[in-house]
Design a protein around this ligand. Structure first.
Ligand code: NAP
Length: 473
């Protein structure tokens, strides 16, 4: 059972405000209302941008930004249970996974604090060209300006942290629009930033109709960058509509992994079972497509299926649950439809247990099945027998996505070959491609995006280089 019920005001220009209109947040598991949030629209969004622009006229020095970030990390540690419970309640995320997310957000803030302290430009070797003789030059890293941040439902805390913490480290004020289904963790984070001493205007959180708020962020020239995590169609449209802004996109994937004939099949089966179904597959790097070399296909399936069938399905509030609900009924119906449409053989799952989709494994689906090409974003994984690692790589590359991919192999040459030929932003070897640690450069190629998150990389994307040239006496 979900346990918290809270009314949350919006945080705009350093004040907690009501708008007279409330948006209900419901548990994806029980359907119970777990909180209500004051609903914002275009007016509140413009007010938030005004405040952000005003705040940035008085820059916060790096040591103050770093101290605030460190304090937020500390609060996340002290209030771990409450934070994890909040994530679980609003997203239906099993407590096991919610606890990991809450810990990771601490780590995101900690890494961002380090970046705030070491943000610096570089010397330019001017006498390397005849024209530069007698001159000194260096670059400054200037905050890009007001940042509009838009986040998805599936990591309602840590993906918000990946927007807010690097922006503050870079010296930018933020107007955040969290997902309407999961705004409570974002508002809790705003509360922690305020308690940590963030001055008014540096962060506002607007919850409400996406297109209305999105339109204001796109059209207002004072917003210099939009950092968006979510689905491709929304993200690429924002980029088309705002060609003069920096639009940083973190989008979807249909995550593949290859199991070579020389791999440690047992380890591969264990890691893939754990990472294809965590949070019911609703991670952008949840394993969706497994390509197994023919010689070990049967051995892999034999080890994989019992592990999938052993996963505990149920109430996300239960600390032992592995797989909970998907975000809503529409998602559930779409996923079941994609399973039904597939030409492959359902080896396990494929149906509901109560209201929850059982972890589903489909063997040898058709190349054009949706489960082979599109992002399922549900507890569904395909296994396909391939003649060679190269065939696996070809199939892995045969989607429009390119976020992360993986390979299990004991051969160094095979691992390096895969790392060079898989067209993805990241390749894991003998680790699930679902692996992410928050300092890593994380982001995709192709339709999966155009940026890298991880505080060190995000800070670079939210600052501009300014060149200073000095004529020496
Ligand atoms: P989504 O439907 O695209 O929503 C993401 C955010 O965009 C939400 O805040 C949503 O607001 C907002 N939005 C929707 N329409 C908009 C518009 N016209 N203008 C401005 N904002 C708009 O995605 P989702 O279903 O929440 O998340 C799942 C997707 O995110 C998957 O594709 C997943 O792979 C991707 N994802 C990627 C990463 C990564 O790092 N690469 C990480 C996590 C998730 P509302 O909630 O109000 O509709």
């Amino acid at each position: 059972m979900a346990t918290t019920t809270a009314d949350r005001r919006l945080f705009i220009a350093g004040e907690w405000i009501e708008t007279g209109d409330w948006l209900e947040v419901r548990s994806p598991y029980s359907g119970d209302v777990v909180g209500r949030v004051a609903k914002a629209g275009a007016t509140e969004t413009r007010r938030a941008i005004d405040a952000a622009e005003r705040a940035m006229r008085e820059p916060l020095p790096a040591h103050k930004r770093a101290e605030i970030l460190v304090r937020v990390a500390g609060s996340l540690g002290r209030r771990h249970d409450e934070v994890a419970r909040q994530i679980s309640d609003e997203a239906g995320k099993p407590m096991k996974a919610a606890r990991v997310e809450a810990q990771r957000a601490m780590s995101t803030y900690t890494f961002a604090a380090v970046e705030a302290r070491k943000l610096a430009g570089e010397m330019v070797p001017m006498d390397a060209a005849r024209a530069g003789e007698g001159k000194l030059a260096f670059t400054l890293r200037q905050p890009i300006g007001v940042v509009g941040a838009i986040s998805p439902f599936n990591f309602p805390l840590n993906l918000v942290a990946h927007k807010l913490a690097p922006a503050l480290a870079a010296g930018c004020a933020v107007v955040l629009k969290p997902a309407s289904q999961t705004p409570l963790s974002a508002l809790l984070l705003a509360e922690l930033e305020e308690e940590a001493g963030l001055p008014a205007g540096w962060l506002s959180v607007v919850v409400g109709p996406a297109s209305e708020i999105g339109d204001v962020l796109v059209e207002d020239d004072r917003v210099k960058a939009i950092t968006f995590t979510g689905s491709g169609p929304v993200g690429w449209t924002l980029k088309e509509r705002a060609p003069k802004k920096r639009i940083n996109l973190e989008l979807g994937n249909a995550t593949p992994v290859i199991v070579a004939a020389d791999a440690d099949v047992d380890t591969a089966a264990e890691k893939i079972a754990a990472n294809a179904f965590s949070f019911a597959g609703q991670s952008c790097i949840s394993i969706q497509r497994v390509y197994v070399e023919r010689g070990v296909y049967d051995a892999f399936v034999e080890r994989f299926l019992p592990r999938v069938e052993a996963l505990r399905i149920g109430d996300p509030a239960d600390e032992d649950t592995d797989v909970g609900p998907v975000i809503d009924e529409d998602a559930r119906e779409r996923i079941l439809e994609w399973i039904r449409e597939s030409k492959g053989e359902v080896l396990t799952g494929g149906e509901l247990e109560g209201e929850l989709i059982r972890p589903t494994v489909i063997a040898n689906p058709g190349r054009d099945d949706k489960v082979s090409r599109e992002e399922v974003f549900g507890p569904v994984c395909t296994v396909t027998s391939v003649a060679s690692v190269d065939d696996g790589i070809e199939l892995a590359n045969a989607t429009r996505y390119g976020l992360q991919a993986g390979i299990f192999t004991t051969r160094l040459d095979t691992a390096l070959h895969a790392a060079q030929t898989l067209e993805f932003g990241g390749v894991t070897v003998n680790e699930a491609p679902t692996f992410r640690s928050d300092q890593m450069p994380y982001g995709g190629v192709k339709d999966s995006g155009n940026t890298r998150e991880g505080p060190h990389y995000a800070v670079r994307e939210l600052t501009e280089e300014r060149l200073v040239v000095i004529e020496l006496p």
